[in-house]
Design a protein around this ligand. Structure first.
Ligand SMILES: NC(=O)c1ccc[n+]([C@@H]2O[C@H](COP(=O)([O-])OP(=O)(O)OC[C@H]3O[C@@H](n4cnc5c(N)ncnc54)[C@H](OP(=O)(O)O)[C@@H]3O)[C@@H](O)[C@H]2O)c1
Length: 301
């Protein structure tokens, strides 16, 4: 099976590339191979690559910058997935696409179900919702995966930022009233591999069983403040010397950002289990191997 993976320089794409090569021939496509900012070039590139399965984590992910680059965000996150979906639909090539909890407005405290009504607060969230709609309109075999709070031991993300700031500053201030489940790229890649490996000959039917949409995140919940505290404790437990002495909890209003973020990013994981028999590991357990990796790198630096 030829598995085309986009966004391979990103957190999820990197983890998928490492994990899916056990299931088939991974064709890694960075933006020099498939540029989602130029949707009209995609069909010809896809013809050339001729995949049996497309896994598309590539996206415009600069949440704050998207407020000023609306057009580009909508092309990459909305239009390009539609072009890919139509190409895949014509050939009945299954497509796995990624979306986000930012399609919701973050009201309340109940975890978002796949069928909860979306109401994005930001341009990024709206552009990702447009991508979901375009994939569904393509009407081919597809699985849209909504995930949340993605991090990895490499790249630019919350884990790396906290580790750096904890070395530089004695006091950190971190938002404590946004709640979700920090999810490593590895957790997502393992779940996708679990879905694909169960029966790769029958993917359209398996995707349809989930109605083409499933939440994949680590289980449990915390705030960004709770996540930061766990990172710092975990690095100290691994012998990393840090300058930080205290982590002050902030309210969202005290940390204004260009784009609005949801307070409630909890994702309901019932369908992941019901449709695919998978149980997500807890966010705290799945943080441990990433901290091992990060601590190793910090000792080397
Ligand atoms: N990060 C999160 O917290 C989060 C939360 C929920 C959902 N998601 C979704 O999960 C998926 C994966 O996110 P991630 O965290 O892995 O993102 P990421 O680390 O920011 O990586 C994004 C990837 O997309 C590629 N890309 C951007 N613009 C492109 C273009 N015009 N053409 C081709 N490739 C392009 C990037 O390539 P370059 O390196 O060349 O820029 C990079 O490989 C995305 O769909 C995202 O919306 C993410």
């Amino acid at each position: 099976m030829r598995i085309l993976v986009t966004g391979v320089t990103g957190q999820v794409g990197k983890a998928l590339t490492e994990r899916l090569c056990r299931l088939g021939d991974v064709i890694p496509a960075d933006r020099s191979v498939l540029n989602l900012a130029e949707p009209s070039t995609l069909p010809e590139a896809l013809d050339r690559l001729s995949p049996d399965l497309i896994v598309n984590p590539a996206a415009y992910t600069a949440v704050d910058r998207a407020e000023d680059e609306r057009e580009l965000a909508f092309i990459v996150n909305g239009e390009a997935p539609g072009v890919i979906a139509r190409w895949a639909s014509r050939r009945q090539v299954p497509l796995v696409h990624f979306s986000t909890d930012y399609v919701f407005d973050g009201q309340g405290e109940t975890p978002w179900h796949e069928d909860s009504p979306p109401a994005p607060l930001s341009v990024y969230g709206a552009s990702k919702l447009a991508g979901e709609e375009a994939i569904r309109a393509g009407a081919g075999p597809h699985l849209i995966v909504r995930t949340s709070w993605v991090y990895a031991a490499t790249g630019v993300n919350f884990l790396k930022t906290i580790a750096r700031l904890a070395c530089e500053r004695t006091e950190l201030k971190v938002v404590a009233d946004q709640v979700g489940a920090p999810t490593s790229g590895r957790v997502i890649a393992d779940a996708i591999a679990g879905i694909l490996a169960a029966d790769s000959t029958n993917l359209p039917q398996r995707f349809a069983k989930a109605n083409g949409l499933v939440n994949i995140a680590a289980s449990g919940e915390t705030s960004w403040h709770g996540f930061a505290a766990r990172i710092i404790d975990g690095l100290r437990a691994r012998g990393i010397k840090l300058a930080v002495q205290s982590i002050a909890p902030l309210r969202t209003e005290e940390f204004p950002t260009r784009a609005k973020r949801p307070h409630n990013s909890r994702l309901d994981l019932t369908r992941l289990n019901a449709a695919f028999g998978l149980i997500a590991p807890s966010w705290a357990d799945s943080l441990e191997p990433e901290l091992d990796k990060l601590a190793r790198e910090m000792r080397i630096e």
